[in-house]
Ligand binder design. Structure first.
Ligand code: UDP
Length: 235
């Protein structure tokens, strides 16, 4: 089965990386490294943006000035990226880690040109620390990084099968939405992906797939266009 998109940016939210034992769930990291390896073996070039919700969210740290809270959140994404890199390397998958906040000796600075070279050579490129700026989220970082490495799609790993007209975890009658334009997504006020991120993607005609990621082979199926809901993707 051919890939619908060869170069993709995978967004993994922190919430899928945490577990009952603590914020960093070994099984989840191992699972996603395996998924990335499977997609890579099928010919995909993958960049990854990891979230940090399992460690900290700026908005939840109300006892800190917001800029400090968001910086803590961004550093949480770096923890996730460091762990994911080890799991990728452990599975024999070459991986590069770039951070939007400088941590010399641990991660390289974000460099889209170097990232593109690495992707073309078959390495997975992990982008940590979001955009490096407070007040936005890693969804926005995912769209910006996707555009800067010429990814053809953003694939957002979700706990539910895609987009719905209501929260499917609370309302079993919620209707699945297989396809929407960016403008329709924004007009409906949906929340699976941040509005700011979807707006930037729309301006740049970058499609976004929201897909349930917790089954083996799900990432590859999403890359083949067989899984999830598609935002945009016209033409
Ligand atoms: N964050 C930020 N700037 C960014 C990306 C993230 O300030 O460019 C902070 C923000 O406080 C956010 C936290 O880092 O709440 C964790 O990121 P996010 O909430 O996007 O993680 P996810 O929900 O995907 O796990």
């Amino acid at each position: 089965m051919t890939l619908r998109w060869k170069r993709a940016l995978l967004k993994i939210s922190g919430e899928v990386l945490g577990g009952k034992e603590g914020p960093l769930d070994k099984g989840a990291f191992s699972f996603y490294a395996g998924e990335i390896g499977r997609a890579r073996a099928a010919g995909a070039e993958l960049a990854v943006v990891v979230g940090g919700g399992n460690v900290a969210r700026g908005a939840a740290l109300a006892f800190l000035p917001p800029t400090a809270g968001h910086t803590v959140g961004m550093l949480g994404t770096l923890l996730n990226a460091l762990v994911l890199r080890e799991f990728l390397l452990g599975q024999g998958i070459p991986a590069l880690l770039m951070s939007a906040l400088p941590v010399p000796g641990v991660a390289e600075p974000v460099d889209p040109w170097r990232a593109k070279e690495a992707l073309a050579a078959g390495a997975v490129t992990l982008f940590a620390a979001g955009t490096g700026d407070p007040y936005v989220t890693t969804d926005t970082a995912a769209v910006i990084r996707a555009l800067s490495v010429d990814a053809q799609v953003v694939l957002k790993a979700s706990k539910v099968p895609g987009l719905f007209d209501d929260d499917p975890l609370r309302n079993p009658q919620a209707k699945f939405l297989p396809r929407l334009s960016h403008a329709e997504y924004l007009a409906r006020g949906l929340r699976a992906m941040d509005g700011a991120a979807v707006a930037i993607a729309g301006e740049n005609r970058l499609p976004i797939v929201i897909f349930q990621a917790d089954a083996e082979g799900a990432l590859l199926a999403a890359l083949q266009g067989r899984r999830g809901s598609l935002i945009g993707g016209e033409g």
